[in-house]
Write a protein that binds this ligand. Structure first.
Ligand code: KIV
Ligand code: ZN
Length: 508
């Protein structure tokens, strides 16, 4: 019989806490709904004590999803555990996730605790969490650099005090697959009660071994894997969910293990995350990278045409990349458009469907063939609703060598509108300056990225900007056939998100 592996998704906690990957509340909710469709077993929704915003998002996700366990992280202190419980208690299936470091270096320098104190604290805090909740996970932070018999003792203590999942993180991405396999076997052999709980692993990718270590852990007896969509996370990231799931599926002969994941939702989930954080996976990223299923060389193309299996070990359809290249154009009606959205697995509220359909019509007027990727780009962030204070009404830009550029922008908002002109070295700079003057918000532009949605001279440009005011960082995105318009839309989207975040925090 094959082993059943639980997938613990920490995109919204470990993934989100990495630089440039922050999400607002609505974005986290949309991601959580999509993770539920993907059929992950556990969503780690955040670290409730970290900030009021984190608390609110864990709580709202706990209220929103139904079929999936919702976990909040907590250090091994009462205040953290209280906050975690307050945030997840409304979930159908709540979990408190307590962690404490067990490696000599962490105990001595970070915690300033002796090994005996760590054991005592672990026992006390797991017991404390258990008085709230049945489902308790304990993580031995930096487990892979811990003394292995001490680790066994800690894990045994947590099980004796009520832990139902014990997690063995490779916090600094130091372990090798052989070591991970051996550690799992060691724990299975030395820890009393281990067969009654889930053994989990959580691997960081500093040496590019996170997925290999997760798979080795499964061979060694792990029953839960912690991972993130697109492998986002601290430093080099966490183990990538899609890679683990597809490795288990494609090499069932090797791992003899299943997950509950609906792999046809992988592409959509990856896309949604990309549009939310504005960080695209590398083109060569396995499973979800732009080139993951592209066959460039003539020899490969010839082979694939003769028989796909010559060079394809899995199909694009396995992860939900649409196969039927139905073409939409300016004569396509609303019905065909809605059917196409359905086919692409995109669900939008009625008013958003209308908005996106209008944008589709505008695009189809200017572009002969509207591809699935164009539609996905149009939908982009539209699946996520924030109140957009400023709307673009009009823009005009000019640029000439030697003289520089000028931009005039007209923005509208409820009850008002304002037009401003500004100059700059280039059109983008001039346009952004006039938006700053209109809104009175002068964010730091931390990054600006542009990419063609498809190939071809009539491709839409997709722009992502990262903007920062104080400690608030947001990603704004915009899509248009005109790259200057895409840039302006991305910047306004970012400004609207900054305003949303500032208002939530009571900043004028
Ligand atoms: O990397 C790590 O050790 C963690 C734990 C808190 C699980 O993220
Ligand atoms: Zn981690």
């Amino acid at each position: 019989m094959s082993a059943q592996i639980k997938i613990f998704d920490t995109t919204l906690r470990d993934g989100e806490q990495s630089p440039g990957c922050s999400m607002n509340l609505n974005e986290k909710i949309e991601m959580a709904k999509q993770l539920e469709k993907l059929k992950v077993d556990i969503i780690e929704a955040g670290f409730a004590i970290a900030s009021p915003g984190d608390f609110e998002s864990v709580r709202t996700i706990a209220e929103t999803v139904h079929d999936v366990t919702v976990a909040s992280l907590a250090r091994a202190v009462k205040g953290d555990i209280d906050a975690a419980w307050e945030a997840v208690r409304v979930a159908n299936k709540p979990r408190i996730h307590v962690f404490l470091a067990t490696s000599p270096i962490h105990m001595q320098y970070k915690l300033q605790m002796t090994p005996d104190e760590v054991i005592a604290r672990t026992a006390e805090m797991v017991k404390y969490a258990k008085h709230y909740c049945d489902d308790i996970e304990f993580s031995a932070e930096d487990a892979t650099r811990s003394e292995k018999f001490f680790l066994s003792k800690v894990i045994e203590t947590t099980i004796a005090n009520g832990a139902t999942t014990v997690n063995i993180p490779d916090t600094v991405g130091y372990a090798t697959p052989d070591e991970m396999y051996n550690l799992m076997v060691h724990l299975r052999q030395t820890v009393k009660g281990i067969d009654n709980v889930d053994i989990s692993t959580h691997n960081h990718n500093d040496l590019g071994l996170a997925v290999a270590n997760s798979l080795a852990a499964i061979r060694g007896g792990a029953t839960q894997i912690e991972c993130t969509v697109n492998g986002i996370g601290e430093r080099a990231g966490n183990a990538a969910l899609e890679e683990i799931v597809m490795a288990l599926k494609t090499r069932k002969d090797c791992y003899n293990a299943d997950t509950k994941i609906d792999s046809t939702q992988i592409y959509r989930t990856s896309k949604l995350l990309t549009s939310v954080i504005g960080v695209r996976p590398a083109p060569t990223k396995p499973i979800v990278g732009r080139n993951a299923f592209a066959h460039e060389s003539g020899v490969h193309q010839h082979g694939v045409l003769a028989n796909k299996a010559t060079y394809e070990i899995m199909t694009p359809e396995d992860i939900g990349i649409p196969s039927n290249a139905m073409v939409l154009g300016k004569h396509s009606g609303r019905h065909a458009f809605v059917e196409r959205l359905k086919y692409l697995g995109i669900e939008l509220p009625q008013e958003k469907t209308n908005e996106v359909f209008n944008k589709f019509k505008e695009l189809a007027d200017r572009k002969k063939i509207v591809s699935d990727r164009d539609i996905e780009a149009l939908v982009g962030r539209n699946s996520i609703t924030i109140d957009e204070k400023y709307k673009l009404k009009y823009f005009a830009v000019n640029s000439a060598s030697e003289i520089g550029a000028t931009a005039t922008i007209l923005l509208e908002w409820e009850g008002g509108s304002r037009k401003f002109a500004a100059i700059g070295d280039g059109m983008v700079e001039a346009a952004f300056s006039s938006i700053d003057d209109i809104t009175g918000i002068y964010p730091e532009l931390q990054s600006y990225e542009i990419q063609g949605v498809t190939g071809g001279i009539d491709a839409q440009g997709e722009v992502a900007v990262r903007l920062r005011v104080d400690d608030i960082t947001v990603i704004g995105t915009g899509v248009s056939l005109d790259v200057i318009e895409a840039s302006i839309r991305a910047y306004i989207n970012g400004i609207n998100k900054l305003i949303y975040e500032m208002e939530k925090r009571g900043i004028e």
